[in-house]
Design a protein around this ligand. Structure first.
Ligand SMILES: [Zn+2]
Length: 151
């Protein structure tokens, strides 16, 4: 019986799952490349042995690591504080995703007679939002009203 994949529930599990997916992506890419670059030796005491030259391996590694990597997750990130995270807010009322807002995260240490605690503090600016209204595409700054409305 095939092992059933456990559903990802917590943010930490999501980050771990993202890393596992990334490892699988790299491993699969390397496996495919190795198959195409391996050569079989003919003659000598290593006759029939499969080899990979360093030149071919370097080219294969370049190829694999040049491939686009999908975002690990759209809901999880792992950062060190202080951190700046760009978050695209989804309106809880209309469900429209608004333009990304920068979230600054810092750590705060509180020390009292019981000991010390560390926690995170997030700060962001509010943005005007009209429910149901899609955001304009971010352009090169040269967009005119005619570009949006058409001719
Ligand atoms: Zn809304």
């Amino acid at each position: 019986m095939a092992e059933k994949k456990k559903p990802v529930e917590t943010l930490e599990e999501q980050i771990i799952a993202s890393r596992a997916e990334y490892r699988d992506l790299i491993r699969t890419g390397l496996d495919e490349q190795i198959k195409t670059i391996s050569e079989r030796l003919a003659g000598g005491n290593r006759d029939g042995e499969e080899i990979v030259t360093i030149k071919a391996l370097a080219a294969a590694l370049d190829y694999v690591f040049e491939q686009p990597v999908p975002a690990p997750s759209v809901h999880a990130a792992e950062v060190l504080s202080p951190a700046m995270i760009f978050v695209s807010p989804v309106c809880p009322k209309c469900g429209v995703t608004d333009t990304a807002i920068m979230l600054n995260v810092s750590s705060v240490l509180t020390v009292d007679s019981d000991g010390s605690e560390i926690k995170l503090k997030g700060k962001s600016k509010a943005r005007t939002h009209i429910c149901g209204q899609m955001t304009l595409l971010e352009g090169d700054g040269q967009t005119t009203i005619n570009d949006i409305l058409g001719d």
